[in-house]
Design a protein around this ligand. Structure first.
Ligand code: FAD
Length: 427
């Protein structure tokens, strides 16, 4: 299945300046061809080029115009699947190694930004609040992350939580000092510029239509070009699950939403850190330039934007912070994430020799960087660290049935969250 995307009328697009890259035309040869110009494709292509492979990046629309340039902007260690669940599946030592890669992804984003455009970091830290009193589970989780995964999390009582996030909905919280938040679209555009100046050939409006093997090389066809390359890397997330079936059939598209208010004078959110609740499908938000509130939440399996999106998002904000009054919503948009059934990224190589990096879910800012590093090292240097992801190989995601399953499990998660909250004492 294929979904067309175009730059959306988001706050990010309104505050970024795009460079134009040409369409791919005619016969092109390269050592490597990366398909998809989100953060996974941009990082992989840049790293390949830097390692001496002449590389081409094909983007069907504009670079960073999909999830990579529309997301919440929270950069933190870990994966969409909680590390405790990763550990249950692969054991402690393997989980620690995977977590280490995810940290490397976080560091890569931080260092790339600090070395080039430090203003793209918009704040430091991330506080996650429970919407019911802690029964000991959150405290144990913080201790486990700190002792076994080298995190630096702190645990806070309700009074402390509400000093920063002044909502009667919140109780205990955990806070990460190593997380930070960024302007994700400007970061994607920065990667494009750095890669282009390293010699990467970026082509926009150049959708790959097919990939075939011819001798020792692969041939990628777009509407107006034919690209021959020894190495292919698929980084198209949920937007074209038909192009590379072995990874595409394992991906479920999941939509999530963001709204940005007008600049606010308010006393509800008293931190420049990122914030969220800990629900299974919760709210995430942060104050951005001029005191605007950027608010994300909700997931669905529908691809089109729901009606009255801005109103619905405002309703979510006010249910947590009635003190915000009646803010005007200046921007609201949807974005599509790709999830594997097991919620871990799909990183590897198929029997034909084609590479794939997809399925980053709602935790893609560090993990796309991590995947770009792992795959470029594998291709350029023969490093096989990417094989650590073998326990999370692509599994068929059951197509339409899988989407119904995701929607069903979201409703189930919402119901469980409501039951947990209903048990909370009124405060
Ligand atoms: C609203 C929202 C909020 C989020 N918040 C966060 C957050 O705060 N923190 C976090 O870590 N993660 C977050 N995420 C997740 C994160 O944004 C994604 O995991 C990550 O951006 C995925 O990057 P990607 O490169 O795999 O895919 P994408 O960004 O989707 O890029 C794929 C690209 O491939 C191109 N493409 C598709 N088919 C073809 C083809 N045939 N030929 C050429 N090009 C093609 C598309 O045009 C697109 O540009 C959020 C996601 C959304 C949607």
């Amino acid at each position: 299945m294929r979904h067309d995307v175009n730059p959306v009328a988001s706050w990010y697009e309104a505050t970024a300046q795009r460079d134009a890259y040409p369409e791919a035309l005619g016969e092109i040869t390269a050592d490597a061809c990366v398909i998809g110009g989100g953060l996974a494709g941009l990082t992989t292509a840049h790293e390949l080029q830097r390692r001496g492979l002449s590389t081409v990046l094909l983007e069907g629309a504009r670079i960073g115009c999909a999830a990579s340039g529309r997301n919440g902007g929270f950069v933190s260690n870990g994966f969409a699947l909680g590390i405790d669940s990763v550990e249950k599946r692969v054991g402690l030592a393997a989980a620690q190694a995977l977590y280490g890669f995810s940290k490397e992804g976080t560091d890569f984003v931080r260092q790339t930004i600090l070395a080039n455009q430090p203003e793209l970091i918009m704040g430091h830290g991330w506080r996650m609040a429970l919407r019911h009193p802690d029964d000991g589970g959150l405290k144990a989780y913080v201790d486990m992350l700190n002792s076994q995964f080298g995190e630096q999390m702190t645990y806070a009582a309700p009074e402390e939580t509400r000093k920063y996030l002044n909502s009667a909905r919140y109780f205990h919280s955990l806070s990460s000092a190593t997380a930070f938040h960024i302007h994700p679209l400007r970061y994607a555009l920065l990667l494009g510029r750095l890669a282009a100046s390293a010699g990467l050939r970026i082509f926009e409006r150049s959708r790959a239509q097919s990939v075939s093997k011819e001798g020792a090389s692969f041939v990628v066809r777009t509407e107006r070009a034919r690209i021959t390359a020894r190495h292919i890397v698929h980084c198209v997330s949920a937007l074209d699950t038909g192009l590379h079936r072995p990874s595409g059939r394992a991906i479920l598209p999941v939509a999530t939403y963001v709204a940005v208010t007008e600049p606010l004078q308010q006393d509800s959110i008293r931190t420049s850190s990122a914030a969220s609740d800990t629900r299974r499908a919760g709210d995430y938000y942060r104050l951005i330039d001029e005191g605007r509130l950027l608010w994300g939440g909700r997931i669905t399996t529908r691809v089109s934007e729901p009606s009255r999106l801005a109103e619905r998002m405002k309703g979510d904000m006010l249910s947590v912070y009635p003190g915000l009054g009646n803010p005007r919503i200046d921007y609201a948009w949807a974005g599509l994430m790709g999830y594997a059934i097991h919620k871990m990224p799909l990183i590897g190589r198929d029997a034909d020799g084609q590479w794939f990096a997809t399925g980053f879910g709602g935790h893609g800012l560090n993990t796309t960087a991590m995947a770009g590093l792992l795959i470029s090292r594998a291709i350029a240097d023969g490093d096989d660290s990417y094989r650590r992801f073998a326990p999370f190989a692509p599994d068929w995601a059951f197509g339409q049935l899988g989407r119904l399953g995701v929607q069903g499990s979201y409703w189930w998660m919402q119901l469980r969250d409501r039951i947990d909250e209903a048990k909370a004492p009124a405060s």
